[in-house]
Design a protein around this ligand. Structure first.
Ligand code: C5P
Length: 403
């Protein structure tokens, strides 16, 4: 799987003739497994229709101004948080000038101000405009504030002139995106680290067709696995049964019961620098499992349950103990219970989230975390999309690793 698999790429389109190549670019990005959303500036609408970009991206296109309409679906802050990468292709001289000077005069420029994702520009303009001192000064400025610039190419231009200013071809832009994400990964805070993560529910069989399980979707653990990978770690994800695909470049070991999860974790723990227990491990399992399906002969039945191993505590007690992070899903006394768990399980860090209410962090819902550390640190990660939250948690882990 390439590094664009499952990446969320926001393509910005500003008003240049090269916009006719943008649908092809969107298709190429999606061919590589990326999910693409598009924002057009008002000037772009003179060059290409939103309908073409909607057809190739598979999503409604966000157009120009911020409006009640555009904010009611995915608003500018949501788009800014959603993106793993923003690529503006084409970037006109005017849009580069606006970005260089921090304007938030349209949806696209506002999203660029509000994002923590990397921003890449694919300039496209007449060669004289490209060489103009003002454009060159803006180019230096966008680079100095951390934006990447892909191209431009040199050659024949739509205006009949020849020189620098051609937008790179869609395939070349895709290659530039891959290179950028790979190099960010190599410089990431978890570069060179081995990260072991548990996710999803466990399934404890009563008989061949019935089981005790829970409603964990696995989304938080999978988002953390993807964020750890993007931060440079080698990631092994030990997962209970879930309905989601493994993130790109993450090794998944699929398990069902807590016992299977424990065996898989213990086989990898000595090689790991970081362990993050996100799985909703069943606390108890049936004492015995019937080999044949139960018959409903009696009016009631009793199932004897026995305690499952606490995988997180075992990892903490391991002689080659990694940096250990646990999760505490609590319906009440969130912080107090999380702190008690941090101490009892001898963790380095615990992420506490409230479950059970209308703001429950289960499934697709956004989530918020309070993160406590063994040395008394306390950090609040506000309610946000699970991918964003996962990135913030991974950044915190990176900052707290022993030197
Ligand atoms: O004790 P409690 O189940 O609330 O602790 C939650 C934390 O412990 C989570 O990080 C979870 O993945 C982990 N855990 C575990 N093995 C268990 C129970 C919980 O690893 N049997």
């Amino acid at each position: 799987m390439g590094c664009l698999q499952n990446k969320q790429i926001l393509v910005g389109v500003s008003g240049g003739i090269a916009a006719y190549k943008t649908p092809e670019l969107v298709r190429r990005l999606r061919d590589r497994g990326a999910e693409v959303r598009v924002i057009m500036t008002s000037a772009a609408e003179s060059f290409i229709t939103s309908l073409s970009l909607q057809a190739v991206s598979g999503h409604p296109v966000h157009v120009a101004e911020m409006s009640a309409d555009s904010e009611s679906g995915m608003g500018h802050i949501d788009l800014a948080r959603w993106a793993d990468l923003i690529l503006i292709a084409p970037t006109t001289a005017n849009t580069m000038a606006r970005l260089a000077n921090g304007f938030g005069d349209e949806l696209l420029t506002t999203v660029c101000l509000a994002t923590s994702a990397p921003i890449a520009l694919a300039p496209a303009m007449n060669q004289q405009m490209w060489s103009n001192a003002a454009t060159q000064a803006n180019l230096e400025k966008v680079k100095s504030i951390g934006m990447e610039v892909f191209g431009p190419g040199i050659g024949d231009q739509a205006c009949g002139e020849t020189g620098p200013g051609r937008m790179l071809e869609p395939d070349d832009l895709v290659a530039c995106c891959e290179q950028l994400l790979t190099s960010l990964r190599q410089d990431g805070p978890l570069r060179g680290k081995h990260c072991l993560i548990t996710a999803g529910p466990t399934v404890e069989h009563l008989d061949p067709v019935r089981a005790i399980t829970n409603f964990s979707s696995g989304r938080m653990g999978y988002a953390i696995a993807a964020a750890a990978n993007a931060a440079g770690a080698d990631v092994t994800l030990v997962s209970g049964p879930v309905a989601i695909e493994a993130p790109a470049n993450v090794t998944r070991i699929s398990v069902k019961s807590a016992e299977e999860m424990r065996t898989a974790v213990l086989s990898k723990v000595a090689d790991s620098d970081i362990f993050i227990g996100v799985a909703a491990v069943a606390d108890y399992r049936p004492k015995s499992q019937a080999t044949k399906k139960f018959k409903k002969n009696d009016d009631s039945m009793t199932v004897e349950l026995v305690k499952n191993p606490d995988i997180l505590s075992e990892v903490s007690a391991h002689k080659d103990r990694p940096f250990v992070v646990g999760f505490a899903a609590e319906t009440d006394d969130l912080e107090k219970n999380a702190l008690a768990k941090l101490k009892k399980k001898k963790l380095d860090m615990i992420a506490a989230n409230k479950v059970g209410g209308s703001d429950s962090g289960f499934g697709d819902n956004p989530n918020a975390l309070i993160v406590l550390t063994a040395n008394g640190g306390r950090h609040e990660l506000p309610m946000s999309d699970k991918n964003q939250l996962a990135q913030s948690l991974i950044a915190l882990i990176g900052n707290n690793l022993p030197a």
